[in-house]
Design a protein. Structure first.
Length: 174
């Protein structure tokens, strides 16, 4: 397949609502496989169609990167249930070099169609719920930076994190 260019913040396509996929055609299959390759090449855990310039309700996600390399292809996803709240430190392939703190659901249930045309409804928690919520937001033209607190460069984020770690270690040695 092919690696596609990732659309960067400031491009108007990222702020638009995506259209549903009416039929899983060979072009849709090719797009999904290209998106998986693009996500993997960029070391991401998710990628939505508008991030490669396509206004279709599709995203790919690897919500369990530490446990499995399984990639979910979600066509016309719909979050049908959420529960709880968690703080999530997020970045985005379309906003390189930045991080932000976002409130996300602790649990999400999402109904979607896969590449084979099969309907699913799966539940995700913790980090996986964040990945699904983040990618689903892209389909409605919402970037994590629109919701984030403490939006900062990755460098500032890691400096702040190191300061917290150092303070914690200092307190532990008292």
């Amino acid at each position: 397949m092919a690696i596609r260019n990732i659309t960067i913040r400031g491009n108007e396509v990222l702020a638009k609502k995506c259209k549903p996929v009416k039929e899983i055609t060979p072009r849709v299959r090719e797009l999904c496989l290209d998106m998986i390759d693009t996500m993997n090449e960029a070391d991401g855990v998710g990628l939505a169609a508008p991030q490669v310039g396509i206004l279709k309700r599709i995203f790919v996600a690897m919500p369990f990167p530490d446990e499995s390399d399984e990639v979910y292809v979600m066509i016309n996803p719909e979050i049908t249930y959420t529960e709880g709240t968690q703080e999530s430190n997020e970045g985005c392939l379309s906003i390189p070099g930045y991080m932000g703190l976002v409130d996300r659901p602790q649990t999400v249930r999402v109904k979607y169609t896969d590449l084979e045309g099969e309907e699913h409804e799966d539940e995700f928690t913790d980090f996986a719920a964040t990945v699904i919520s983040h990618e689903n937001d892209h389909l409605d033209g919402i970037l994590y930076s629109d919701k984030a607190r403490d939006f900062m460069t990755s460098e500032e984020y890691y400096e702040k994190l190191q300061k917290v770690i150092n303070e914690h270690e200092h307190m532990a040695h008292r």
